[in-house]
Design a protein around this ligand. Structure first.
Ligand code: DON
Length: 568
């Protein structure tokens, strides 16, 4: 190659690679970052049409219910944190709740042990869905475009969209596996005539299109009091499920004040109960503020040890105190206070791992020698600076695997997030403390952590993630990356992650973070560490905003299924 050709190759090849990289984009006109390219594009088109960040978020959420059926949903629930361009932040709680007929011991078998099959799939697993009411509340209070304009694009997608490879593979796996016992689900998601889906083939979801059109034209009530409610209740009654017309009619989304914390001059705005996310994120940040993490390399043994110890204490308090605040007092102010963090920090030995059982000996009832995964998070900012951080879920991938006949959507299996055996908190990670025991009409505790970080009154980070109990730690990692270690959005999302959930007393670390020497040091300290490849469920679709220029840097998480940052 001559010199000019070499220079051209050096310049053009990286440019071509960058041009294709839709996971990393820059914009001053707003953007939507999600795990589905189709859904991000729908949200960005709503921004282009003059919609604000809430309009785009609502449209993206409905679109994800079509293009990311593992976690996007109208049959589940979630949380939205909204930061208007001016004024104070707010949150919408649209978490599912237990049907009125639910009881504390409904998941125990005749032997008194937890029957996990009952929450893994089928008709006893779903909580009363909250997504449609939640999105409607956000839209009605904070949106700008007509309702039908933000719902209709999802209905159009449901008429048929091209399958990304990861979704084709995932559908083939579930249709032949856990979905197989549910004929309406196989009818909706299986390949017509049988066989395996291939990337690029078109998935038609006619029933879901009809449902979404109905929601767009008739409004959200059709889901709770109209034909959709009737279809859900009938299917439940037929198969021994608990959700009734009354459950659906009575479901309400709730606007709640956000959790507020600070970390080295940054404001952390998060989700309060019934999510544990915001509360425990702020608590872990408060504990870590007592240590000078940035004086050492991010993943040196001392820093990893400190992060694991902060997580251990945060998740202990989660098990001890967190649940639905409408059913009992949750000491959120105490847990998120700096004094509580100082007390925790004082118990951390810089050279030795603590014992989770010893720290929580007052609540651990059983010692023995994982939660299922799928949810989705997306982040939105508009040209005026309004920001939305939204995480919602049907709990496990494809929820209960139950599609209500004639509706095309999957019901959640969120009831599994309740404590299933009151009184038993064990080293396997089951929790049995009162705040999250099952009760009629109660919301189950969540780990979802939609988060907005601000500095001097300006939004600098919008983030969140799926991943069950790992969620709070994924968000901690991204927040620390940006605020403590000065990383770009791309670097903060790519950075290897660390997880510890108090019990089981075992850390998980993405392999890239560790040298063998650091791992050996951690083990000498007494940590039990599992080292793994990138963990797929951590999918932190994030936006970092430069407070001076207002430029937004989107970082879709490359761990995700079909991630994209889309601009209007
Ligand atoms: O609300 C929660 O915390 C869980 N149901 C979320 C589940 C989840 O993130 C699984 N995703 N990967």
């Amino acid at each position: 190659m001559n010199r000019t050709a070499t220079i051209l190759a050096l310049v053009l090849v990286p440019m071509a690679v960058l041009a294709q990289d839709t996971t990393t984009v820059t914009s001053k006109r707003g953007m939507v970052v999600s795990t589905s390219s189709h859904a991000s594009d729908v949200g960005a088109a709503i921004l282009a049409k003059g919609g604000n960040a809430v309009d785009a978020a609502v449209a993206t959420a409905f679109a994800l219910a079509v293009t990311f059926p593992a976690g996007g949903n109208i049959g589940g629930g979630g949380f939205m944190v909204i930061q208007p361009a001016r004024g104070t932040a707010t949150t919408i709680d649209y978490r599912e709740r237990a049907p009125f007929a639910a009881t504390p011991t409904m998941y125990l078998g005749a032997d008194g042990e937890i029957d996990r099959s009952l929450t893994a799939s089928g008709y006893l697993a779903p909580g009363v869905p909250g997504t449609v009411r939640g999105l409607a509340m956000a839209h009605q209070k904070y949106g700008r475009l007509p309702w039908r304009d933000v719902v209709r694009p999802a209905a159009e997608l449901a008429e048929g969209f091209e399958l990304p490879e990861a979704l084709a593979l995932s559908l083939n796996r579930v249709v032949a596996g856990p979905m197989a016992p549910f004929p309406a689900s196989v009818l909706a998601y299986g390949k017509p005539g049988g066989g395996e889906w291939q990337a690029g083939e078109v998935l038609h979801l006619p029933d879901l299109a009809k449902t979404l059109r109905s929601i767009a034209e008739e409004g959200p009530d059709v889901f709770y009091t109209g034909w959709i409610a009737e279809a859900i209740a009938q299917d439940m009654a037929k198969h021994g499920g608990l959700i009734t017309r009354e459950d659906l009619e009575q479901y309400r989304a709730v606007e709640r004040a956000p959790i507020h914390g600070t970390y080295r001059g940054y404001d952390i705005i998060g989700m309060g109960p019934p999510s544990s996310g915001g509360t425990i994120l702020v608590e872990m940040l408060n504990i870590l503020e007592a240590f000078d993490l940035r004086s050492r390399p991010r993943y040196d043994a001392t820093n990893v040890h400190l992060v694991l110890e902060a997580m251990r204490r945060g998740f202990l308090d989660r098990a001890r105190w967190l649940g639905d605040s409408d059913f009992g007092e949750i000491p959120v102010a105490r847990i998120t206070s700096k004094t509580h963090a100082v007390e925790h920090a004082a118990t951390i030995d810089l050279a030795r791992a603590s014992s989770s059982v010893a720290l929580g000996e007052d609540i651990v009832t059983e010692t023995y020698a994982n939660e299922p995964e799928e949810t989705t998070h997306f982040s939105v900012v508009d040209a005026d600076g309004m920001a939305v951080s939204n995480t919602y879920t049907i709990e496990g991938g494809y929820g209960s695997f139950v599609v209500v006949p004639g509706t095309g959507f999957l019901l959640n299996n969120e009831m599994g997030d309740f404590n299933k055996k009151p009184g038993e908190t064990n080293t396997r990670g089951d929790i049995g403390t009162p705040p999250n025991n099952i009760a009629s009409g109660k919301r189950m505790l969540s780990s979802m952590t939609p988060t907005i970080v601000r500095k001097d009154g300006r939004t600098v980070l919008i983030t969140g993630s799926p991943g069950g109990r790992t969620i709070i730690n994924t968000v901690l990692s991204v927040v620390l990356g940006v605020t403590e270690f000065g990383l770009s959005g791309r670097e903060a999302v790519d950075a290897p992650r660390i997880n510890h959930n108090w019990l089981p007393d075992r850390g998980f670390i993405e392999a890239e973070a560790l040298t063998s020497e650091v791992l050996a040091r951690l083990e000498v300290m007494g940590h039990v560490i599992r080292v793994g490849e990138r963990w797929q469920q951590g999918d932190a679709s994030s936006i970092v905003i430069d407070p001076v220029t207002g430029i937004a840097y989107g970082a879709a998480d490359r761990r995700g299924m079909d991630p994209k940052a889309s601009v209007p």
